[in-house]
Design a binder for this molecule. Structure first.
Ligand SMILES: Cc1cc2nc3c(=O)[nH]c(=O)nc-3n(C[C@H](O)[C@H](O)[C@H](O)COP(=O)(O)OP(=O)(O)OC[C@H]3O[C@@H](n4cnc5c(N)ncnc54)[C@H](O)[C@@H]3O)c2cc1C
Length: 328
């Protein structure tokens, strides 16, 4: 096995790329977004930046601890100690959450703004297609790392191979949506860096993004996340309708009346896993098709990382790289 396609460049796709490149395989990564990282995202607007998806990472297992040590050595992750939360260790990408992905993807061939719309297999191997048609490459294995509802669409279009194990697994994974609001204020708000409002209201979380390390501390940039139930109830409103609702809830939570200089909303349809598959990954050793994501194990970055590592183990057990031709 030599040529691997990874669909999706979030934490799961990036982890697969890192492991398989390190093992000597040729890895191509395809993602529909403009920047790698998936939900580990940083939005730039009017020369300001906001981590509007993942807020911080925590570390439980040894593998993630080793990975974090590598990120810290490379200068792409640092500790964040916000005022208003307990002092347990929290880690963020620097200078933005999306700084982690490029470090992981080194050595892989990365195709951004490339939405995969289908895949299948013929006598040459696996092929992928986009809205423009079939890509001019074939692969020994395809590893899908999309949120389950998006992966289900792809598996549903694959008719060349029996993908029942994948199609059956995807509906078991369920996500809650999240409306996010990015705010900037010219004058610093008189508030702690983090608010965790009581359950049952509009807000689920609010954090001063500019209190993270290596962010430009002024002006005062905030990321607000609506509570999951509220987000679900208001999922189909437009960003223009959502912005004033979340802004009002936030200002009243911090007791401020200041108008923000920037106010943008973003909808995450598949934000946090609420029901995981309960298996590390899905792998068919015969066809060499695999699935990994946070949805296999839980709701955190480390779950996506662990799931992808488990899939990388299966892929590498299933056949390492063919020896490279001399001088090739
Ligand atoms: C608002 C929010 C807050 C969060 N807060 C935290 C937190 O504080 N701590 C924490 O640990 N976790 C948090 N999470 C969860 C965390 O983001 C995820 O667990 C983790 O990032 C998932 O990684 P992944 O690789 O499985 O999926 P993703 O990051 O979703 O990656 C999937 C990738 O697939 C791409 N894609 C989708 N469809 C296609 C297609 N057809 N073709 C090509 N590419 C495609 C997407 O562009 C994306 O890059 C949060 C998530 C959100 C949204």
């Amino acid at each position: 096995m030599r040529d691997i396609a990874v669909v999706g460049a979030g934490m799961a796709g990036c982890t697969l790329a890192r492991r398989l490149v390190d093992a000597g395989l040729n890895v191509q990564v395809f993602d529909k977004g403009r920047a790698a990282g998936g939900r580990m995202a940083t939005r730039r607007a009017d020369r300001l930046q906001f981590d509007h998806g993942v807020q911080y990472m925590t570390v439980r297992g040894e593998a993630m601890a080793a990975q974090l040590a590598d990120w810290r050595r490379a200068g792409v992750a640092a500790a964040w100690a916000p005022v208003g939360l307990d002092t347990s260790p929290r880690w963020v990408g620097v200078p933005g959450m999306n700084a982690i992905a490029p470090r992981m993807l080194w050595g892989a061939e990365v195709h951004m703004e490339t939405a995969i719309t289908g895949f299948g297999r013929d006598h040459l191997g696996w092929w992928l297609e986009t809205a423009q048609g079939r890509l001019p490459a074939c692969f020994d294995a395809v590893l899908v790392t999309l949120p389950a509802p998006q992966a289900a669409v792809l598996f549903g279009r694959c008719t060349d191979v029996d993908v029942a194990a994948f199609a059956d697994a995807m509906p078991c994974i369920r996500y809650a949506p999240c409306w996010a609001l990015m705010l900037s204020f010219d004058t610093r708000l008189d508030a702690a860096d983090c608010l965790r409002p009581a359950a049952g209201g509009v807000l689920g979380w609010a954090a001063r993004d500019s209190s993270k390390p290596q962010r430009d501390g002024a002006p005062d940039c905030w990321v607000i996340h609506a509570a999951p139930t509220w987000s679900q109830q208001h999922l189909e409103l437009t960003v223009e309708q959502i912005q004033p609702l979340l802004l009002e809830a936030f200002l009243s939570a911090v007791g401020a009346t200041t108008a923000p200089s920037l106010c943008r909303a973003h909808r995450w349809r598949f934000a946090r896993v609420v029901e995981a598959l309960g298996r590390e990954c899905v792998w068919d050793a015969d066809s060499k098709l695999g699935y990994a994501s946070d949805g296999c194990l839980g709701e955190r970055v480390e779950d996506a990382f662990d799931s992808a590592n488990a899939l990388a183990d299966r892929v590498l057990q299933g056949g390492g790289p063919a020896p490279k031709a001399e001088g090739g």
